[in-house]
Write a protein that binds this ligand. Structure first.
Ligand code: GDP
Ligand code: MG
Length: 436
């Protein structure tokens, strides 16, 4: 995986007291290989490595006290630039409604994202309207209606009809009902198809959306990038949404798409639930890819559901790597409200790359909660005292087996160890990084 490969390259780099052009060149070769294996576009990799090299062989770097760290910082900064530099936001219309049109291949996640975005905007006090302009499959309309109902967002549909007309009529509907944001779910095909493109171009001409977002499956790497550039040519869209970034996405699409299409990534889908949406921040994404975690997003997510005070405490404890089972239980309960456990865990520094083999089963949470609930306060605060007989009692009390208790304790210890490592290696080591 990209992150773990880069992590080990950097670990080695930081270990060198003094850097030479030779070990810089070796590291760059490793970075180059890791990026190519992650399905980053060849030309993007070439330019990226060249520009890191140009900055890294400067005398300042070689003579600095911590050359290894300097190079890590250069790679981080270049990666932020590659990912778009600054956070790209959605346009809003001067006079409502704002029209957002979603385009992309079938299965890329348009309909799901339409609902996620509606929910996201609703939280920001906007009044969205979902519009079913994917008229070729009745199931698609039904899917949007069900999603809309689940978040209390109205859905405009005319059944099977002319999508251009439907989109146009939706604008008057929005005005009449004082809805300020139209989210248009359009039809996709399995492959780029002239008829689909023509239809999208017609809709664009007729309703003049303020924002056209190209939705791509982040797991498909360079395929997503190729499709994006064809859509960009025909539709000149405004931004990209990368979905399924919770799965095995290797980062290739995220790293290539801005450079190839010139269009920024604006959002990511990070799970199947409707709260699994994140605004795209290049600096945070770079930190995640480089295995530095994303404490900022994690804390923001926490703030949405937990009160400020608790969030600040969580941040402190994560950074200091000193939290006990009581915090763990507290967090588990909050996390369930925050989205999928996996997407949360990935943001904790050092957990991302190790998670691949860890397989998070959300049902496990229930068991974990039961186990911790069966412990005394003292045991939660100081898990070291958990001897055999205590573990037996806890297993009995929680309706689990001693093995389950043992496993939980192992996982917990591992997590603490990982956090401690990150604290030593990265937080402190990345003196110049945007968090410290
Ligand atoms: P559309 O054909 O472009 O409208 O795609 P859909 O919205 O119907 O999504 C296709 C499939 O991808 C569905 O099974 C979704 O649940 C799934 N999906 C969409 N977004 C995400 C995501 O961010 N993460 C994951 N894991 N699955 C997603
Ligand atoms: Mg759909």
């Amino acid at each position: 995986e990209l992150t773990s490969k880069l992590e080990s390259t950097f670990r080695r780099l930081r270990g060198y007291g003094k850097l030479t052009e030779k070990n810089i060149a070796d590291s760059l070769k490793e970075i180059r290989r890791a990026l190519l294996e992650a399905d980053v576009n060849y030309k993007v990799v070439k330019d990226f490595v060249a520009s890191v090299q140009k900055k890294a062989v400067g005398e300042e770097v070689l003579r600095s006290v911590t050359p290894g760290q300097m190079i890590v910082k250069i790679v981080h900064d270049e990666m932020v630039r590659l990912l778009g530099g600054t956070t790209a936001t959605l346009k809003t219309a001067g006079i409502p409604p704002t029209i957002i049109m979603l385009v992309g291949l079938q299965g890329s996640g348009k309909t799901t994202f339409a609902a996620k975005l509606a929910k996201y905007l609703q939280k920001k006090n906007r009044k969205p309207l979902l519009v079913a302009a994917d008229v070729y499959r009745p199931a698609a309309i039904q899917q949007l209606k069900i999603l809309g109902r689940s978040i209390n967002v109205p859905v405009y549909e005319e059944g099977i009809g002319d999508p251009v007309k439907i989109a146009f009529n939706a604008i008057s509907y929005a005005r009449q009902h004082m809805l300020d944001t139209i989210i248009l779910d359009t039809a996709g095909r399995l492959h780029i198809d002239e008829q689909m493109m023509e239809e999208l171009v017609k809709i664009k001409k007729r309703i003049r959306p303020h924002e056209i977002l190209f939705v791509a499956d982040g797991m498909t790497g360079q395929d997503a990038v190729n499709t994006a550039s064809q859509f960009a040519e025909r539709l000149n869209f405004d931004g990209v949404v990368l979905t399924k970034m919770d799965g095995d996405a290797r980062g290739g699409a995220a790293l290539s798409i801005k450079a190839i299409t010139g269009k920024p990534i604006k959002f990511m889908g990070v799970g199947e639930k409707l709260e699994d949406i994140e605004q795209f921040h290049p600096d945070r994404m770079a930190s995640r890819i480089l295995g530095m975690g994303d404490v900022v997003t994690l804390v923001e997510k926490a703030q949405e559901t937990i009160d400020q005070e608790k969030a600040a405490k969580l941040e402190q404890k994560l950074r200091k790597a000193e939290f006990d089972l009581e915090d763990f239980l507290d967090q588990l309960q909050q996390i369930k409200k925050m989205g999928s456990l996996e997407s949360i865990l990935r943001m904790i520094p050092g957990v991302g790359s190790q998670l691949k083999n860890a397989q998070v089963d959300e049902k496990n949470l229930v068991r974990v909660e039961a186990i911790i609930n069966s412990m005394t306060k003292e045991e939660r605060r100081n898990p070291k005292i958990l001897n055999g007989s205590r573990r037996k009692r806890i297993a009995m009390g929680s309706g689990t087996r001693v093995q389950d208790v043992n496993q939980l304790m192992r996982q917990f210890e591992q997590m603490k160890k990982m956090m401690k490592q990150m604290k030593n290696k990265s937080f402190r080591g990345f003196g110049g990084m945007p968090f410290g």
